[in-house]
Write a protein that binds this ligand. Structure first.
Ligand code: KG4
Ligand code: ZN
Length: 349
């Protein structure tokens, strides 16, 4: 059995996990910085790096202990190499390099987006996935539509031209005075609202597989926020008193997920996919899951809720398949890649 330690510090979670053979989670420890960043209404990069420095040793130790093994049992160390905040990435990378150097174990640098994809392989029923599949990867930093023909074989069909889907949820959440992060709070508010109350724009309903969320965000702002000076500001926005936050949240959510669902279903159909896979923080959204199930007759798979957002287990799982492809990285040249799209040309880093 292959035991891989996965370390993830690309954004605002310090996470480490031990995964056996790319599928079985032996431990999965996450130190979240949500409370730290809530005061800024978004992720504050410098504070994130410092918090990673404080937490990384404890989190990795806890992951090994919780797995009930000795560190010597670990076969390889995997770490997120990008995309992400460079100061945050470097904390995980340098810690992983230290461990690899001291122990002589192989080191693998993992694309965070590929990690999200492999969160789908971490649960029993989803182990047997028949290719090709279409993957909709929707997170705070990314919105990507991928055609996956095999392990490690990615064709990028399209993606967002401006804001990521999760970013739009977070920005609209802030406009509506909801706590950070906006995504889950908008979903909650939307459950009590009328999604037909506002007809927000469905952007880029075209032949491409691209998405756009900035116009939708501006449309919500026009409806919900009081004054133009507040429109420019990030903090202290004043929500109009004569609107229903729940109705705005529900109408925004419907507009955001409709185009995602439509284009994902069309891509799966056009490329003869056997299944649709959803991954990333926004894939926790039940309305999105439902919309995609309703748009396609294909099976739709998503990770369990605790594996939708950032974690170390998905990094270890991705590393397992990279190892199967005979890949590992050089300890001395492995560096952070803050901008790293996922496709066949960039697979090697
Ligand atoms: O994948 P993730 O943990 O981090 C990135 O790699 O970006 O995703 C975090 C994003 C945030 O924007 C958050 O608001 C969003 O996922 N999110 C949701 C939900 N849960 C988390 N968005 C919509 N509905 C949710 N239930
Ligand atoms: Zn992520």
């Amino acid at each position: 059995m292959t035991y891989i330690l996965g370390i993830e510090t690309s954004c605002d979670e310090t996470a480490a996990a031990v995964v056996i053979d790319g599928t079985t989670i032996a431990s999965n420890i996450i130190a979240s910085q949500i409370d730290l960043h809530a005061q800024y209404g978004g992720v504050f990069p410098e504070a994130a790096s410092r918090a990673h420095v404080e937490a990384i040793g404890l989190v990795v130790n806890e992951a090994i202990r919780d797995a009930g093994i000795d560190f010597s049992r670990i076969n390889a160390i995997a770490v997120t190499r990008g995309p992400g905040l460079v100061g945050s990435l470097l904390v995980g990378i340098n810690y992983a390099k230290g461990l690899a150097l001291a122990s002589g174990k192989p080191l693998l640098g993992i694309n965070h987006l590929e990690g999200h994809v492999y969160s789908l392989w971490l649960t029993q029923p989803y182990r047997e996935v028949r290719f090709p599949v279409v993957v909709l990867l929707v997170s705070g930093g990314h919105t990507e539509l991928l055609l996956m023909r095999d392990h490690g074989d990615y064709e990028r069909l399209g993606g967002t031209l401006d804001d990521a889907a999760g970013e739009a949820f977070d920005k609209v959440g802030r406009m509506l005075g909801l706590p950070f992060p906006g995504g889950p709070n908008i979903e909650q508010a939307a459950m009590h609202g009328n999604s037909a109350a506002y007809n927000f724009p469905r952007a880029l309903r075209d032949d491409s597989y691209n998405f756009s969320f900035s116009g939708l965000k501006t449309a919500v702002m026009r409806e919900a926020v009081v004054s133009s000076s507040i429109r420019r500001g990030e903090k202290g926005m004043q929500v109009r008193s004569d609107i229903s936050v729940n109705d705005i949240a529900a109408s925004f959510q419907l507009a955001a997920i409709s185009v995602l669902a439509e284009k994902t279903a069309r891509a799966a159909n056009e490329h003869n996919a056997t299944e649709i896979l959803l991954a990333g923080g926004v894939s926790a959204n039940q309305a999105l899951r439902l919309a995609i199930r309703q748009s396609s007759e294909l099976p739709v798979r998503y990770p369990p809720l605790n594996l939708c957002t950032d974690n170390g287990a998905m990094i270890a799982a991705a590393a397992f398949y990279r190892m199967q492809n005979g890949l590992k990285d050089d300890l001395f040249t492995l560096d952070a890649i803050p901008m790293w799209p996922l496709n066949n040309e960039t697979y090697m880093g």
